[in-house]
Design a protein. Sequence first.
Lengths: 181, 366
Amino acid sequence: MTTMPDNALTAPLATALDALAEAEGFTWTRDAHGNAYGWLRLAERDTLPEAARLLAEGGARLATVTAYDPVREPGVPRQEIAYHFDVHGTTLTVTVVLDPECPSVPSITPHFRNADWNEREFMEMYDIAVPGHPNPRRLFLDEKLDAGIMNTIVPLSTMTNGASTQDLWERILAARPGDKA
Amino acid sequence: MSTPDSTTQTWTLPVGPLHVALEEPMYFKLDVDGEIVRNVEITAGHVHRGMEALAMRRNLFQNIVLTERVCSLCSNSHPFTYCMAVEHLAGIEVPARADHLRVVAEEIKRTASHLFNVAILAHIIGFKSLFMHVMEVREIMQDIKETVYGNRMDLAANCIGGVKYDVDAELLAMLLAGLDKVERNAREIYRIYASDPMVTGRTTGIGVLPPDEARRFGVVGPVARGSGLAVDVRRDVPYAAYPQLSFDVITEEGCDVRARALVRLREVFESISIIRQCVATLPEGAMTVIMPEIPAGQSVARSEAPRGELMYYLRTDGTDIPNRLKWRVPSYMNWDALGVMMRDANVADIPLIVNSIDPCISCTER
C-alpha cells in the first residue's frame, strides 16, 4: 500500500516531509486491525533536524530510535538510523542513512527533549557521533568499554571456541608463582 | 556526602546504586540544599545485559523465550508485542479466540503489577499492614496465574500467530471467582489510598510532573495519565481483542505520587471488567494459525504494558534470524522525567517519587 490512509497525517505535514524524502516517498503498511504505519527514507541525513521540526510542530511524539546495520556482513560497515514517531496514533518511521566512513547524525534534542537518552544509547552502542547533543556522556556502558560494541560481528564459531586474547594468557603465565624464582 | 561547593552552598548526595525502594540498581547523584533536592543526575547501566545483541543470535521462535525474560512484571507484554511485530511483518491474522486469550493474560498481569506497585508505596511510607494486605490481595492474581498458566511470573502464553494455552469452563470459573475476591478487596484498598490521612499526607503534592513536562518528556502509561494525559495504546492504536471491548482510559489531574497510584488502582477495576468481557464473549475456534515463511522486511508493533506504551521494531532479511530487533520500554522516558519530579523535592520523599513511576531497570537497560 503506497497511498496514504485517510487522516494518517495532515496534508501540509505529509507534503513537507515528502519533499525531504528519497524518490519513492512514503510507503504505508497496515496491521491486521487497520492501524496505519508510515515509512519514509530521507534523501539527505542533514535534513533530519528539519524533518524533526516539522514533526514536532505537527504534534508528533518521538517514541524511540533504532540504529542498525542493514547488511551485517563482516567487512561491510553500513549504518542506518530509524526514528519512530507517534503522530496522533499513526506510527511513522523516518530513516536516515549514515556515511560509513564517518558515521554522524545531527541531534534532534532541540525538537524532542526525550531524544537525549535515545541518542546517547546509539552513540555508545554503534559509535555514531551526534553533533549538538547537550549531554553526550555514556548512558548504559562504562567509559572503559569501547563505543560501538553492536558493530562488532563475532562469528559464532569464534565465540563458541572461547577465543581469548594473547594478553590474558600472558598475564596468567606471569602470575604463576613458580616462574618468579 | 562529598565536599560542599563553596559558591552555591549545595551538597552532592549519592543515592544508589543499591536503593531503599528498589530491588534493582540505579544511581542518582543529587545536588541538595539542606533537605531539598536542586538537581538530579542519573547513572544507569548496572544491569545492562546486551539482550538486543542476543536477539540477533536467536531465531524468531527462540526470541519469544528471550523477550519473555526482559523483565518479570511485564513479562507477558514483551513476547506479546514481539509476536505482534512478526505478525504485522508477515501479514498473519490471529484467530479471534487467541486475541481474547491474549487480552486475558495481559490484563491478569496488569492487575498483579499495579497492585504490586501500590503495595510498595505503602511499604515505603511505613504503612506495613497496608503493604501486607495489598500483597495478600495480589496473591490471588498470582494463584490465578499459577492455575491457568502453570507459572507465577512468566506465563508463556504467546506464540507467533496465537496463544499456547486454552481455558475450559472449570478454569474460567476459578478465574472469575478470583476476580470477584480481588474486586471486593480492591474497593477497600482504593478507599484507603484515596482518603486515609496517613497515605494522602505523604503522597499529595509530591513528585509533581505538570502536563506540559509530561508531554515534553514523552512519558507514557500511568505516569502520563496521572498528569491528565489520556494516552492509552489499547484505545489509540487498537490491537488484539481491545477494539471489541469497552473500557475507560483512566486519568487523574493531581500530577503527583497520589494521582499515579490512584490511576493504577482504578485501572485494576477496568482490567477486571475487561477480563470478564473476554470470558463472556470468548469465541470458539483455533488457538493459532500455521506460521508462513517470514519475508524480508520491517515492522513496528505497540502495546499498552502495565507501565505504558511498549514498542517493538523488527527487521528481517528472509532468514529465520532477525537482522535487528529493538524494543523500547515505557520506563525509558519515565526515568528521564524523574529529574522534573525530584526537583525541589524533600530528600526523604525520593524513594516514593522513584516508586511512583513504577520503575523497571532490567526493562530499561535490557
